[in-house]
Design a binder for this molecule. Structure first.
Ligand code: C2R
Length: 189
């Protein structure tokens, strides 16, 4: 595994992450953070099928030549054609993240990404499901680079531990007290 001090500019990314606009970054950052936490090299950029069509094809060509690359995570909102158009040009698995929109709440994005014609699949996450996109990408990476599987197992174990911890608290406290404590915690976090 390479030294990943600046993973955003990794020369040999394992995952390509792109979004239609910088306004998608608050959502897409969850996928990026997940990959960075697992120290999976990735490349991140803004790329739009609508606004930068030539660049889209250029990047698809680049992606096809990258031996290290295992998956692409692409987020877009509204008429979200970025993941599908990218998928039409590459053999990489493409994971789409529908971004929640203010006008149609992201239903527009999810349909645009999900309803691909037969022959061009895009693995579509939930609306704003960027963290899951990061996890799925990491799972795909771990098929080629098994060193990451242990980290993914740790991640699953943490989920189990957090539910166990909550159940312990729920046993100790009355439900109303638990609720009040959780509300307090959420406010102070
Ligand atoms: P701005 O905030 O820049 O106006 O963008 C972006 O993903 C973003 O959610 C608004 C929304 O437009 C989306 N966008 C697409 C594409 N390019 C930009 N859906 C595309 O090519 O699919």
């Amino acid at each position: 595994m390479e030294n990943n001090n600046n993973p955003g500019n990794s020369e040999n990314p394992y995952v390509f992450v792109a979004m239609g606009s910088d306004s998608d970054l608050p959502v897409m950052s969850a996928a990026v953070k997940l990959l960075d936490d697992l120290k999976i090299p990735r490349r991140l950029m803004i790329l739009s099928a609508h606004r930068t069509p030539d660049k889209l094809f250029e990047l698809a060509e680049w992606a096809e030549k990258q031996e290290s690359l295992c998956a692409a995570v692409l987020g877009a909102g509204g008429a979200a054609h970025l993941p599908g158009m990218f998928a039409s040009k590459v053999t990489l698995p493409v994971i789409g993240v529908p971004i929640k929109t203010s006008t149609l709440s992201g239903v527009d994005s999810v349909w645009s990404i999900l309803q691909m014609p037969p022959g061009i699949p895009v693995a579509t996450m939930a609306i704003n499901g960027s963290r899951n996109a990061g996890i799925l990408a990491a799972q795909i990476v771990s098929q080629r680079y098994p060193g990451f599987r242990e980290k993914l197992r740790d991640h699953k174990q943490k989920l189990v531990d957090s539910v166990d911890e909550k159940n312990e608290s729920l046993k100790e406290l009355d439900y109303a007290e638990y609720l009040a404590r959780e509300l307090h915690l959420n406010k102070t976090q």
